[in-house]
Write a protein that binds this ligand. Sequence first.
Ligand code: XMP
Length: 318
Amino acid sequence: DWTPDSFVEETVSNLKEQLGNDKVVLGLSGGVDSSVAAMLLHKAIGENLYCIFVNNGLLRKNEFSGVLEQYKGMGLNVKGVDASARFLEALEGESDPEKKRKAIGRVFIEVFDDEAHAIENVTWLAQGTIYPDVIESVSVTGGPSATIKSHHNVGGLPDYMKLKIVEPLKMLFKDEVRRVGKSMGMDKELLGRHPFPGPGLAIRILGDITSEKVRILQEVDAIFINGLKENGLYDKVWQAGAILLPVQSVGVMGDERTYENCVALRAVESTDGMTADWVNLPYEFLQKTSNAIINRVKGVNRVVYDISSKPPATIEWE
Ligand code: XMP
């Protein structure tokens, strides 16, 4: 019988044997999978696990510093690398969703590669790949949906790195990963985090990216997500976020007419992201959230709620 405790025990002992005194590098994303993978490896090889947490400038508000501190508190040997400027530069003027994804993937690899090369004698690359990633990457590269989206979570490293790959969560589903994390005593909030796409807010800012747009969306997103948490709704939702639309509309503020941005809020229920239903959030909550966003975020004068399910709509807007 599979239990989280026996999985941890067995995996840690296998990793010890497989890795010996070798050095391993791992990219932390702030998400559940990479964090649990890191804890397993940390238990097995301690300081020989070198974690790298890259700020691509497209994370949620305060996420980089907050999560980095949390990782350090967990005893992980982690280096935070703020490469925001490099990512923003690579994205400048780019509006095509796939090109934005590719640019982010490319810069991530460059940054990660530089950091990994700085670790002497590192021979392994660890990844938080879980079972659905394995399945999905097969269909993304092989199936008719090949051109729909290029996720860069799987197999994204250049050949010349020549690192051996270790993927301790490869056979697990998300709920099992969470249970494994829990059995290692990991923080409940970290384990309960919603999935967040690798390209981050870049695919929730429709059109081209500027630092001002990122700032606006971070503020909006923080109000929405904190509101979900404060109202006991966060754990009832599989994934939620805000989208900055390339649409301005007229509004009034005091005696003045404004012509400002529109944001969409999205919250879905799902088990694996393949299908999803929009969540029937209470009107009162939506009302409070909309007021808070419009009153507090300069540059936004209209909020809409996305009531589309997947399929045919997708979870992300691009
Ligand atoms: P869609 O929009 O295809 O999203 O319904 C399904 C799930 O995948 C996430 N997603 C991504 N994750 N890189 C990622 O790492 C991407 O380019 C990407 N695009 C979508 C999305 O957030 C949802 O959880």
